[in-house]
Design a protein around this ligand. Structure first.
Ligand code: NI
Length: 203
């Protein structure tokens, strides 16, 4: 790709589609992964699924602090325990919700060198894998909320999207004051503080 792709935001129908299996790990796929990493590093996120840049292929990238990684045709084969975590999504920017999901997962897939990979993940990394795999299945973070909470969340999202509800959103999620501060800062100084709060959105 010659230009950096944009992240699709909630409401875009592509985010609701199941991505197709990758049939060839070739130069195009490697370029796509590189573009996705560029986009991800430009945002407060630690993971990004191809679906989020409008490409319906089963590929996601991530970096939890030990360098960029890409996973092709990922599958979660084992899940264990439960873990509560305030999860965010770059397609629902600025919002975080406490969501319980399995604490540990075993992820299998392929890397960009066509080698099989198997990663035992716990807590944050396990959460990231589940979040990105959801994206590839057309599932979004808000689908994990209770109906009433989801309705409120979508109202907030709409308010924020129209530029009217930032403070309301902040009040709504006062229990996540740490995240709120980061979100607000990300709005105000997009270029200066990425590295400090990249960990605050799962992608
Ligand atoms: Ni996401």
């Amino acid at each position: 790709m010659s230009s950096t792709p944009a992240i699709l935001i909630y409401g875009d129908p592509v985010l609701r589609r199941r991505a197709d299996d990758v049939t060839a790990i070739d130069g195009n796929l490697v370029s796509l992964a590189e573009d996705m990493l560029t986009v991800m590093y430009g945002e407060p996120g630690i993971g990004l699924a191809a679906t989020q840049v409008g490409v319906e292929k089963r590929l996601f990238v991530y970096d939890v602090g030990d360098g960029p990684k890409a996973v092709v045709n990922p599958t979660i084969t084992e899940r264990d325990g439960l873990w509560l975590y305030a999860e965010g999504c770059l397609s629902l920017p600025g919002l975080f919700w406490d969501v319980i999901r399995p604490k540990e997962v075993l992820l299998t897939g392929w890397d960009l060198n066509e080698q099989p990979i198997e990663v035992e993940a716990d807590e944050l990394l396990a959460r990231l894998f589940q979040h990105e795999l959801d994206h590839l299945d057309g599932v979004l973070l808000i689908d994990h909320l209770e109906a009433e909470q989801r309705e409120r969340a979508l109202g907030l999202f709409e308010a924020i999207s129209t530029g009217a509800g930032t403070l309301m959103a902040a009040g709504e999620h006062s229990e996540h004051s740490e995240h709120r501060k980061h979100s607000e800062r990300s709005e105000r100084s997009k270029d200066s503080e990425h590295s400090k709060h990249r960990e605050h959105s799962d992608g």
